[in-house]
Design a protein. Sequence first.
Length: 574
Amino acid sequence: MTACTINGAFVAKAVFSSTGGESSAGVAAPARSRAQQIASSCRSSSSSSSSSSSATSCFFHLQGSKILKRSGYYSSGDLPWSAARRKSGTPVCTMASTVVSKQAKGRGNWNKSLSILKEFQSVCSTPAESLWSLVDEMIAEMEAGLAKEGGGKMRMLLTFVDNLPNGNETGIFYALDLGGTNFRVLRVQLGGKEGGVMRKESREAAIPPELMQGTNKELFDYIAKELADFACTSDENFCPRGKRLQLGFTFSFPIHQTSIKSGNLINWTKGFAVPDTVGKDVVKELEAAITRQGLEMRVSALVNDTVGTLARGHFVDEDVMISVILGTGTNACYVEDAAAIPKWHGRSRFMVINTEWGSSWSDNLPRADVDEALDAESINPGDQFFEKLVSGMYLGDILRRVLLKMATEAQLFGDEVPSKLLSPLSLTTPKMCAMHHDETSDLHEVGRILSESIGVDDTSLEVRQLVVEVCEAVAMRAARLAGAGIVGILKKIGRDGSTSGENGSVRSGAPRTVVAVDGGLYEKYPRFQEHLQKVVVEMLGEETAQQVSIELSQDGSGVGAALIAACCPSAPSL
Ligand code: ADP
Ligand code: MG
């Protein structure tokens, strides 16, 4: 039997023919106990060999408790288990290594963990030149999508918003925001240039998980009931009785919109899966549910949260031309010249285009094996690749998957893979963010979150540092991709400085462009925000970047919808 040590750790690793199937941890019990035997044998046979760090580890092919063959040696960075599985050509279960470390508890095969980190960092790296290639690809897809419906991988949906608020709007409007984890109803009073948003009331409710995957009627009845309850709470001044109320409906899922107040759902995203809504006009569904509640209210505008954010931004600053959502999901919209939209035959001067950039618009997005696995196990495999790399719904889970890989292949957290690490909900993006920003000298918060979320106590400082490195790689890739997306839109509308003046200087009088950003990820994740701001300057250059301002614009998906309801012609004010 071969003894193996890696940095003082003894390793026995096994692959065995599957007769009984895998356990939930991917570790079959008979093989695990055999491996433990091997490990203990390795330990005793090399106890005299001190803690040399020069040895390699080896694989044992097992059947039941019998060793079939040793598959050879590997050094750190070598075969992942999945590769061993492919090589065998027969269905095999894989099992975790059994590691006995002489050093810090829960470090396992440290070099292997480091090599997993390095490989992940390398796949996630986003140098400016690769980002520019992505930008060029993105613009080609945008143009194809603008040319005809379904013409490109970017949907480039018409929003029918060809008028944006300019601050003169007045009246009382309702808004309803459905787009992810938060569902809100709002009531706002607009007071024109002088008054701005004079008064605002809102109520928030979570969509019960069973309704996110239930029926169309259940979902809309729930929403309409919340709206009706909220409408009852208004005082006489804020909500005059006897008048039909106007509602701006923010519905942040891909819609095929046919007018400012009608649109059919293309598909659900962000964890929603209500099959009988797909293909239906969500305004009709909502209005029917509102009627069932006996409420006198009509939908004046159907918008996306990006459009709402654009409207909210434009209400206070007319240089807002682009808006981006970085929350549970991600998306962007912008003001496009009507002449650049061949599929739009209307008379307007411009139209707000909803890019739906969360889609899988490029095969060259930097994706690692964990991203492929996340996609394969998601409710929409093959779809929304950009979103799955960038948005808050997924970042924590990418981190979890990298740590799971380290736990399985390199025993980062000890002999057993922590069972909580197998649960997709164990590491959320807010937890990742908290670990990423831990500034204590012993990374105390990282230790606390690992203990609380995945049940691993007493992690060493090195393990905690490694976890922070993974957080950095995941967040940096996400932020840089989002930043590149913004640069892509700037380039599409000629605001990236490429139409420069003499000597390459920014043309005098080049317009200022404001990008309004909303969403919990951008708002509450400072490192993400820094990386995003930085990459835009890196790509555009200091001088052009001075003409571009990326600003947090909150509550666009709420107040913004009310503003569109107020400024679109079919929505006279109260
Ligand atoms: P939604 O996108 O559902 O409308 P938000 O804009 O509030 O809602 O974004 C919520 C998302 O923001 C969460 O799903 C989460 O991914 C992310 N998020 C919330 N809090 C934090 C945080 N402290 N750090 C990082 N991300 C966060
Ligand atoms: Mg939102």
